[in-house]
Design a protein around this ligand. Structure first.
Ligand SMILES: [Zn+2]
Length: 377
């Protein structure tokens, strides 16, 4: 069994459901310490965070990832127990196999080989590993970066090991993500009898046209390489259940996935203007769960990763900005160049999550080749 597979199986055996790291970071710290990394733990509430760094020179290439996994779902639907990593037909099955403990194992073995061959490499290598990516993400990467900022330790480049590939390994890399903004809206009417509407104020009638206009709004036409911004209503509720009562309020919420062509402020303004134009009496609460970020395709990191994939695997990756949020957004806020590159993402958060065993080895060699490209010569 290869070093990468052995290590992946070791950390996949730990039931580290968010935010419980369950000892994974201890294993990681031991391995990194043995090859000259200095380890700092940043525990916060229930969350374990690990910062490891080798070297003091700039630039710093930081590997980023998380040891926490989402719950297993219906355990009976797993063909093998989710925390007993099992190989079948060339695939390694376990919760976290693709998202993203295997990537962490690949990063570590890549560093082990790299440092053996290039003990006095240029720049520095770092790891930022959290157990709070799948949860609220408040006490994880974001909190550690705040500390690192105060210590002037913000890295230059960041490779996030999230599952980015679709058909073949690294056929897709993520160079940005859309932002995510949610609005909780309460439309305020006045409850009454349906036979006496002049004594009541119907929030459903008040809201219909405005909500339709919000749903039909074109926000932007995309911002290359981002898809166009989308808005989706997720919940709507009004009424007491009775058919003779005009309800007092209507509650709804919607979420936007938006490109860097827009700011949260411009979106908020547009929505509120529509509500006001339709004379809707409302209360609105906005929640920004991630600003959009984008690492230019001409940046050193995107160029290096793209060229390395072409050289090692023989094909050119797609630069994508699709999918949900990731911890990459927190690095980007500090001006760090961020690329997400990891295994096939078709089984993440599902039962029978897997990673292709051969691609796991390739991933480790790809990370090593990127280290060489950025920190040697
Ligand atoms: Zn993940």
């Amino acid at each position: 069994m290869s070093a990468t597979l052995t290590l992946a199986k070791e950390i996949l055996s730990r039931p580290s459901i968010t935010p419980d790291d369950h000892g994974c970071q201890q294993i990681i710290a031991q391995r990194l310490k043995a090859i000259g990394f200095e380890i700092t733990d940043y525990p916060l509430n229930q969350v374990s965070n690990l910062w490891a760094k080798r070297g003091t020179q700039e630039p710093t290439l930081c590997f980023a990832g998380h040891t926490d996994v989402v719950p297993v779902g219906k355990e009976a639907d797993w063909l093998s127990p989710p925390f007993i990593p099992t190989i079948r037909d060339g695939k390694l099955y376990a919760r976290g196999a693709a998202d993203m403990k295997s990537s962490i194992a690949a990063m570590i073995t890549a560093c082990e080989r790299f440092i053996k061959k290039h003990p006095s490499h240029q720049g520095s290598i770092a790891f930022l590993i959290t157990s709070d990516e799948e949860g609220t993400a408040i006490d994880g990467t974001q909190a550690v970066l705040k500390q690192l900022k105060s210590l002037s330790q913000i890295p230059t480049w960041c490779l996030v090991g999230e599952a980015s590939s679709t058909d073949k390994l690294a056929d897709t890399i993520k160079v940005g993500r859309r932002g995510s903004l949610t609005a909780d809206v309460t439309v305020i009417g006045k409850q009454g009898h349906v036979a006496y509407p002049h004594l009541a104020k119907n929030p459903i009638h008040m809201a219909l046209k405005a909500l339709a206009e919000i749903a039909q709004t074109t926000w932007d036409l995309g911002y290359h390489p981002f898809p166009a911004t989308t808005l989706q209503f997720a919940n709507i509720h009004a009424g007491t259940g009775a058919n003779n009562v005009i309800p007092g309020i209507l509650e709804t919420n919607f979420n936007l996935r938006f490109s860097p062509a827009l700011t949260p402020e411009t979106i908020q303004q547009k929505v509120e203007t529509i509500l006001q134009q339709h004379d809707v009496e409302y209360e609105i609460k906005w929640r920004l769960s991630g600003k959009p970020f984008y690492t230019n395709v001409n940046s050193k990191l995107v160029q290096s990763v793209t060229e390395t994939i072409e050289r090692v695997l023989g094909y050119c990756p797609i630069h994508s900005t699709t999918g949900g949020t990731s911890d990459g957004r927190f690095f980007a806020e500090y001006g760090v160049q961020v690329v997400e590159i990891g295994p096939n993402n078709s089984s993440i958060h599902q039962v029978n999550e897997w990673i292709d065993v051969e691609e796991l080895e390739q991933l480790s060699h790809l990370y090593e080749a990127i280290l060489v490209d950025l920190l040697v010569r």
